[in-house]
Design a protein around this ligand. Structure first.
Ligand SMILES: [Zn+2]
Ligand SMILES: [Zn+2]
Length: 741
């Protein structure tokens, strides 16, 4: 039985610091390997865990036995486990929690039991189907036999088959059946589809693209870890560089992993990947059903797909022959996971490249300050594309000062004369215009002019956003909804004013100003139903819309030739956020949204409205001068001790009882200060969070700051250990935080 011992170390999805020890039963001896899933008893439950190692002796007597092996072969290779181990350590989580974050839901459920997904019972037609689903949701996972006892003589088995086919339940046994079936299919196919496919034609490269590809040639051929920052202005053809790099890696029989900010926002990239690598692309995203996700995982793990594309969590895709990782729009904030284990997809992509020994390309027109700093300091290699393809000019950016325009500063008029004039002219010439405002809804809040009362969410310390089309005010944090009150709840005054503007109001206003224009809107409110986002995008692409209004969704990398005008309604909305990245965010969004203009033959024009035209982010935005922005921004960061010069860990303490949460936060800060006195970690706070209450939970925060990362992480771990285990207050650790609201 080689190095394997009598005891298995099993990581289970629970907030424990170390994997648990289980005895390996006689029947499994010699069969079990690290990287296989097992079913193990934990308390009174049985849970799915992953074997991460073995030992000859048990540290304690009378350990429980592994109940069952769920895999016949290793599902996760050593590199995958190493990545999870690294991430668990860095993000102050247990290995089990990290694995639970990394694995698709289907792989986490218990075997030989049926678990319900969050499906709507109303969508199933048979009474029995609905009853079974309902029972599963109320009682939790059950075995088919137990379900049979609940619904005697009623054909539970075929109901389960129907539900499983619809992706509403997962069946342990079905899962394994699927694996066997996939394996048979693989064995039956003599040749991989990918090898017979003819790749789509590659366009002629610009001299800059050739130079960039040439400089990574050796790395792509010989492998080895290196991080390359591809800084290319919008429209400079970064995607073509990725595609050719992937082709080179693919010709060596290796896999490429491409991370994109949001899969639904990149239909054009998917089209190009499918055209270039037909039949060889696996796509991972959050809207896949459990069964479909599992199918994609299986294809990737077996090497049946050599191009893997997905959002943040795809950094955990089980590719075992990885030759290249690409992170497109590496600056994008959606790479940061904001729940559970708060990992950063881009940062883990770099770690994964180091573990497997392959190059990592980070691409962006507006790199994150951290990545650009790493490239400047030599940790990453800088590659630059400074010109647009076909020598198209960069768009002209104009800054319009709203202060000097009465009525506009107060938000009464959304469009300045220059922007309105440009919109009219553009429309008359049959060209497309893009209008951006990073806020949805009609009015930012409802306020009584008589007494100042603002309509607030009863569960959060947040004002409600008014949505005209739905005649209601909504909380954008917890989705609380209430009809617009007829009178002020504070003083009874009969009119509440609609203050501030969102995309819905912009659209409304545009329809009034340009009644003949075909206007569309893309934000979270219009893209709810499956496929809605792609529909809006496709009609924009086909020129069926003259004007598209939207939030940051419209800023991402799509390329529509007819767009010659971009308007930013109010740049200040992101500039004034209580966030040290607010200026970086604003510069990025202006550059990205401006980059949508003039991508075909006609030059583009960008009009940015603001109340602070003298702000240092506008000069570089106007001149398309990222290095100038970087120079000023890093001066401030250095002075204030923010990343990349010092690092942050954000600790949030929350709970239902405000007094208890405040007391816990104060106790924790005091205990931390006592222990960290001689260590190079600064402890800021405790203080109530900017959003002091969210979904009826009160929130406090402590910020740890320091240049010494190990000391900082040690302090974060100590904070978790110091926190009393109980229900009164919980601690959430966020290493390298992006959202501290
Ligand atoms: Zn009032
Ligand atoms: Zn709320």
């Amino acid at each position: 039985m080689d190095a394997r011992g009598k005891y298995a170390l099993v990581a289970v999805p629970a907030p424990l610091q170390e994997p648990l020890t289980y005895a390996v039963p006689e029947a499994l001896a010699g069969r079990l390997q690290a990287g296989m899933r097992v079913l193990v008893p934990l308390g009174r439950r049985r849970v799915t865990g992953v074997v991460v190692g073995f030992q000859r002796e048990s540290p304690v007597a009378g350990v429980k036995e592994v109940s069952e092996a769920l895999d016949d072969e290793v599902l996760f290779d050593r590199a995958f486990l190493d990545l999870c181990r690294w991430a668990a350590d860095y993000y102050v989580a247990s290995l089990g929690e990290m694995l639970a974050t990394a694995l698709p839901p289907l792989l986490r459920t218990e075997s030989r039991v049926v678990a319900a997904f969050a499906a709507d019972p109303e969508s199933f037609h048979g009474d029995l189907d609905r009853e079974v689903l309902d029972a599963l949701r109320k009682r939790g996972p059950l075995t088919p036999a137990a379900l049979g006892r609940l619904f005697p003589r009623r054909g539970v088995k075929s109901a389960l088959d129907r539900l499983a086919a619809a992706g509403a339940v997962t069946l342990g046994e079905r899962l394994r059946g699927h694996v066997r079936e996939a394996r048979r299919r693989k064995a039956a196919r003599p040749e991989r589809a990918a090898e017979t496919a003819v790749p789509g034609a590659a366009p002629v490269l610009t001299r800059e693209q050739q130079r960039v590809l040439g400089s990574m040639e050796a790395r792509l051929r010989d492998g080895g870890f290196e991080t390359l920052l591809l800084h290319g202005v919008t429209g400079s053809g970064k995607t073509e560089v990725y595609l050719q790099a992937m082709e080179r890696v693919r010709s060596r029989g290796l896999q490429s992993l491409v991370l994109v900010p949001e899969i639904a926002l990149t239909p054009q990239l998917l089209d190009r990947l499918e055209a270039r690598f037909p039949g060889d692309v696996a796509v991972l995203h959050s809207r896949l059903t459990g069964a479909e996700r599992w199918r994609q995982w299986w294809r990737i793990a077996q090497g049946l797909a050599r191009v893997v594309v997905g959002a943040r969590s795809a950094v955990f895709a089980p590719a075992r022959a990885l030759g290249l990782i690409v992170v497109d729009e590496e600056h994008d904030y959606s790479y940061k996971q904001e729940e559970g284990v708060r990992y950063h997809g881009r940062d883990l992509a770099v770690v994964r490249g180091r573990i497997v020994g392959c190059p990592v390309i980070l691409g962006s027109a507006t790199p994150s300050v951290e990545s650009y700093h790493n490239a400047r300091s030599g940790r990453y290699r800088m590659l630059e594309l400074t010109e647009r393809v076909e020598a198209r000019p960069m768009p002209a950016v104009e800054i319009v000062d709203l202060k000097s325009r009465p009525g506009q500063a107060a938000g009464e008029k959304l469009f300045s004369e220059p922007l309105l004039r440009a919109l009219r002219e553009n429309h008359e010439q049959g060209l497309q215009s893009l209008i951006f405002l990073n806020r949805r809804g009609f009015a930012s809040f409802l306020q009584c002019w008589a007494c100042g009362f603002v309509v607030q969410c009863p569960r959060c310390s947040i004002s409600l956003t008014y949505h005209l089309g739905r005649h209601s005010a909504f909380c954008h944090h917890c989705d609380f909804r209430q009809r617009k009150p007829d009178a002020c709840p504070g003083c009874g005054n009969l009119s509440l004013s609609e203050v501030g503007a969102g995309t819905e109001r912009v659209e409304h206003e545009l329809r009034r100003l340009l009644p003949k224009a075909r206007i569309g809107r893309m934000d979270r409110d219009t893209t709810g139903p499956r496929g809605a986002q792609e529909r809006i995008f496709r009609s924009w692409e086909k020129g069926e819309l003259d004007i598209l209004v939207g939030t940051q969704m419209v800023a991402k990398g799509h390329d529509v030739g007819g767009v010659t005008l971009v308007g930013v309604i109010l740049a200040d909305s992101s500039l004034n956020l209580p966030d040290f990245r607010a200026v970086e965010k604003t510069f990025q969004i202006i550059s990205q949204v401006a980059g949508r203009a003039g991508r075909a033959l006609r030059p583009g024009r960008v009009i940015v409205q603001t109340l602070v035209p003298g702000h240092y982010c506008f000069g570089p935005a106007r001149g398309h001068d990222y290095p100038a922005f970087f120079a000023t921004e890093t001066e401030f960061r250095r002075e204030l001790g923010y990343p990349p010069f010092q690092h942050l860990v954000h600790l949030r303490i929350d709970g239902a009882d405000g007094d208890k949460v405040a007391r816990s936060a104060r106790d924790l800060a005091r205990d931390l200060r006592r222990r960290e006195a001689r260590e190079p970690v600064e402890i800021l706070g405790p203080a109530p969070a900017p959003i002091a209450r969210l979904r009826n939970r009160y929130r406090w925060q402590i910020l740890l700051k320091g240049a010494n990362r190990p000391a900082l992480l040690a302090a974060a771990r100590r904070a978790v250990a110091l926190m009393p285990r109980g229900r009164a207050a919980r601690i959430h650790v966020d290493v390298d935080p992006y959202n501290m609201l």
